[in-house]
Design a protein around this ligand. Structure first.
Ligand code: EPU
Length: 437
């Protein structure tokens, strides 16, 4: 893979309309869930992302047969036979979300050997609740040589309380308990729309899951022969939608964000409105976003759904950098999710960070600079900052952005933004050629 960078010339208001793709954080789990039923499951609205490719490689390595039509955005997973229960470190280390295969394998095969994902740039990201919950269902777990080995002679429903409403732990437990004997109750469950999507997917397959979208989920175990392959369409990506909403507001533009579920963005909408943006529901699946004049500063704390999404924290921070007054962000989910801060400061932002608090004093404008994506959402936020700044910015390490945003620069360009991708041909980061824009 050759290195690439984005070159962004800021200052153009984004205008027009943009269509939002399928939710990355849902489809990855739906693909894992597909192995529960024997036969061919078809998933539509699958975004073309690096993370999707990695998950498909994990599932294929188990002996399933995969077809992926990128034009129609459809994936077919034939899980008639599972011939291997190991998810290797080489794959899991590329994308920690693939750890979700643990619950699916325990469910279908009663055994699994899955590499432990380890931490990542934004935090420690432990999996202790996943393990504790699987043990409560009767799974014997051993951690050896960097792998979790799980074996369950019989899976039995149980009551599991999660200390934190962890998205991944809720999903792993839902998957593991679908075929368990009796009922499982997950208390303090995550309530994200992606959890509801997974429950709908599994229920369509023949599972019996109730309460998804609330803090208590009940999974009544069914028999393997009650599960059947299905055809299913993934929900829209609320974080991709929030990213484009931010880009429109940041550039003082006016655009329609379509193919979304507006209700999934309630909390984020509310904060944008408080800052002075305009948001109008124009269809059940489309909103018009616009902004004129200087924004107001706000304070917020990131929280599990339906609170302010941590995945949009970096976007809101970009807006606060030039808002009127002082805004305070408290990041409550991850230990290290302010990685955009040093680069935003290099663009002229005034941000004081103390542990998980960031205090942002709005300045008049940001100016373009050479930047580096440190993770997916911090990278996308820097791109938005580049679109709103005076002058030209370059962003290196954009493979992070490609993990979660399909056709990022094509979509921005269609909205009138000046953005190009180029191969990095020298080792001197930060060089760019304005003739590309
Ligand atoms: N946690 C534990 N122990 C556990 C599980 C979680 O301590 O066993 C902690 C984590 O360390 C973290 C917090 O709980 O500090 C929340 O983690 P959670 O399990 O809810 O997150 P996740 O399932 O690992 C998903 C998304 C993230 C998103 C979070 C929170 C996927 C693939 N990832 O992660 O998305 O930030 O939920 O909403 O679904 C992204 O898309 O950029 C991204 C990071």
């Amino acid at each position: 893979m050759s290195e690439e960078r984005l070159i962004i010339k800021g200052g153009n208001p984004l205008k027009g309309e943009v269509s939002i793709g399928g939710a990355k954080n849902s489809v990855l789990k739906l693909m894992a869930a597909a192995i529960l039923a024997k036969g061919k499951t078809i998933i539509h609205n699958v975004p073309n992302l690096t993370d999707v490719e990695i998950m498909l490689s994990v599932i294929e390595s188990l002996g399933t047969k995969i077809t992926h039509d990128k034009t129609t955005k459809t994936v077919t997973i034939d899980a008639t036979d599972i011939t291997d229960v190991t998810a290797k470190y080489e794959l899991v280390s590329k994308m920690r979300a693939s750890f979700i295969i643990l619950g699916a394998l325990v469910s279908r095969c009663k055994e699994a050997k899955v590499a432990l994902p380890g931490g990542c740039a934004i935090g420690e990201r432990r999996v202790d609740f996943h393990i504790k919950g699987l043990e409560a269902l009767g799974t014997k777990i051993k951690i050896e040589n960097g792998y979790v080995s799980a074996h369950a002679a019989r899976l039995k429903g149980a009551d599991v309380y999660l200390d934190i409403p962890s998205v991944g732990a809720t999903e792993n437990l839902m998957l593991a308990s679908v075929l368990a004997e009796g009922s499982t109750r997950i208390q303090n469950a995550a309530q994200e729309p992606e959890i509801v999507d997974l429950a709908n997917f599994l229920n369509t397959m023949g599972a019996d899951i109730q309460g998804a979208g609330t803090s208590e989920i009940i999974i009544n175990g069914v028999k393997q022969n009650q599960l059947h392959p299905i055809e299913y369409t993934t929900i829209p990506d609320r974080i991709e939608a929030g990213t484009y909403m931010t880009a429109v507001v940041a550039t003082k533009g006016k655009a329609i964000i379509k193919d979304i579920h507006p209700a999934h963005l309630t909390f984020f909408n509310d904060k944008l409105l408080k800052m002075g943006a305009h948001i109008k529901l124009i269809e059940p699946t489309a909103i018009e976003v616009s902004c004129r004049g200087r924004l107001n500063s706000i304070n917020f704390v990131t929280q599990p759904y339906p609170g302010f999404p941590t995945d949009l924290q970096s976007m809101a921070m970009v807006l606060l950098t030039t808002a009127d007054g002082v805004g305070i962000i408290t990041e409550s989910l991850y230990e290290n999710r302010f990685m955009q801060v040093p680069d935003l400061r290099r663009m002229g932002a005034e941000i004081h960070q103390e542990r998980n608090h960031a205090i942002i004093k709005g300045v008049k404008k940001l100016t373009g600079a050479s930047l580096k994506a440190s993770d997916l959402r911090a990278g996308a936020a820097l791109a938005v900052a580049g679109l709103m700044a005076d002058g030209t910015s370059t962003i290196d390490d954009i493979y992070h952005i490609d993990r979660g945003y399909e056709n990022f620069e094509e979509k921005i360009r269609a909205l009138g933004g000046k953005i190009e991708r180029e191969k990095v041909i020298d080792n001197v980061k930060g060089l760019y050629n304005e003739s590309h824009i």
